[in-house]
Design a protein around this ligand. Structure first.
Ligand SMILES: *Cc1c(COP(=O)(O)O)cnc(C)c1O
Ligand SMILES: [Zn+2]
Length: 458
């Protein structure tokens, strides 16, 4: 067994701070057993998932709760044996499936009977045709908001957690855990409650009340840590390497390859909702960069499987100015993402050292997209713009994405004549403070007409 640093959210493998302060842990090699797992690899049924494969060197490993390559420390991804043959048959099978992410089970690391397991069944969220927002922003080619606040715990995180739960089951874990910027903690708490697993989740101590309450209400353990998300993540790396962490599935650490695949369902749904067509442009928020990276993977799979026509698409990443390590690297033309200390109201995106940052840069450059950021004032403006034009109340992360969309249109980097999909990944009710100071009653009156008239509202 080799010793590696944890390449989870908290580490940029290409960064200069590489390997500093990370607890070493064991890695599964081809003939070893995964630590903490009670199920041998040969008995693991995760549907079309065939193996884990290193994103950097391509080495393959049996399916297990591991996330780093034993040879080069690169991140591991799922390799599949996909259904071959007629795309029409696959499309028909998907269309006949349940109204949630499990309709895409043939393309995910989950067993075929996944829909029968107790699970929150996220997905099939609305793709809203946003004509009024489009008019305001000058988009003529069709603008859509993929509204993932409609998931069971009101953020996109239910998609990734649902996949991680299946992996946790397959590997025999009994406790579900995570390091979280807020939404993930709630999603894990809820999913564990439904699945009958114990949960213990970790958050920075200074999160919004809406996030803290949602993480706690499902009855699992919630631990607030005095530090930033990156400190929380580092702590989890220590826990995972310690006997205390035995039997624990950390959805975004030792189950990360499985967890990450859940983001592909956003790509599948968007294309299916567009009538099995690729959009021309997508604007996606970045925390660790996992979501953006896997949406690209999902789009590529749809092309390979013949489910959509093969034509170019462009991917744009969005960050808050107060936590913009990837956008800065993009602007400076760097391949290295230099870690920052976050200071922004967009706390769900506040990862100063994003693990998938270098891959986000690759994708933005390869597809002809970009990575951009907006400041907190413009995040708030964008939340209100989306609410006022489309009746969608986004959390700060949605404000980041809409704000960046507006900026990229203003300086001509997004094509206003192209089909554009903007992601709203979370619900405004979780970040009320962002807008509470600048919204409220138009007037407070006595219950009579004179009073209403006096207020100037008649
Ligand atoms: C976690 C999260 C994201 C994206 O996270 P990645 O780590 O980049 O996959 C986006 N929006 C919200 C609201 C989130 O909670
Ligand atoms: Zn490798």
């Amino acid at each position: 067994m080799g010793q590696v640093p944890i390449p989870s959210h908290g580490e940029s493998r290409h960064g200069e701070d590489e390997e500093k302060g990370f607890a070493p842990m064991s890695v599964l090699t081809s003939d070893d057993h995964a630590e903490g797992a009670s199920v041998p690899p040969s008995q693991v049924d995760l549907g079309p998932a065939a193996a884990l494969s290193c994103r950097e060197c391509g080495e393959r490993f049996p399916l297990g709760p591991i996330f780093a390559c034993a040879s080069c420390f690169g991140p591991l991804e799922i390799a599949y044996d996909f259904p071959t043959g007629d795309p029409e048959a696959l499309r028909a099978r998907i269309t006949a499936g349940p109204q949630n992410i499990w309709r895409y089970a043939p393309l995910l690391p989950v067993p075929a009977d996944v829909a029968d397991h107790p699970n929150l069944n996220p997905g099939c969220t609305p793709l809203v045709r946003a004509d009024r927002l489009a008019a305001e922003l000058g988009v003529t080619g069709g603008l859509y908001v993929k509204d993932d606040s409609a998931n069971p715990t009101h953020s996109f995180k239910d998609r990734v957690v649902a996949n991680a739960v299946e992996a946790a089951r397959a590997f025999g874990f009994t406790t579900l855990s995570c390091s979280s910027t807020g939404n993930l903690a709630g999603a894990v708490g809820a999913a564990a409650a439904r699945a009958g697993l114990r949960s213990c989740v970790f958050i920075p101590h200074d999160l919004e009340q809406g996030k803290v309450v949602m993480a706690a209400v499902y009855g699992g353990e919630l631990v607030a840590i005095e530090g930033t998300y990156d400190d929380v993540n580092r702590f989890c790396s220590e826990l995972i390497g310690d006997p205390i962490g035995e039997g624990w599935g950390f959805v975004n650490v030792n189950l990360r390859p499985y967890y990450a695949e859940g983001s592909k369902t956003l790509a599948y749904e968007i294309c299916e909702q567009l009538g099995w067509k690729l959009p021309d442009q997508l604007v996606i928020p970045i925390a660790s960069g996992s979501q953006l990276t896997k949406i690209d993977k999902g789009l590529k799979e749809l092309i390979q499987l013949g489910l959509v026509e093969d034509r170019p698409y462009r991917i744009f990443g969005a960050q808050a100015e107060g936590c913009s390590p990837v956008s800065r690297a993009y602007r400076d033309g760097h391949d290295v993402v230099r870690p920052v200390k976050p200071d922004t109201i967009a706390k769900s995106l506040a990862i100063g050292n994003p693990a998938d940052g270098p891959y986000v840069l690759d994708i933005a450059r390869r597809t002809g997209g970009a990575v951009e950021d907006v400041d907190d004032a413009r995040i708030v403006e964008a939340i209100k713009l989306l609410a006022r034009t489309e009746g969608i109340f986004a959390e700060t992360a949605g404000g980041v994405t809409v704000g960046v969309t507006r900026k990229l249109l203003a300086d001509g980097r997004l094509d206003p004549e192209a089909t554009t999909v903007v992601l709203n990944t979370g619900d405004g009710l979780k970040t009320l403070d962002a807008v509470a100071g600048t919204t409220g009653p138009s007037a407070t009156i006595r219950p009579n007409l004179d009073s209403f008239r006096e207020a100037g509202l008649a």
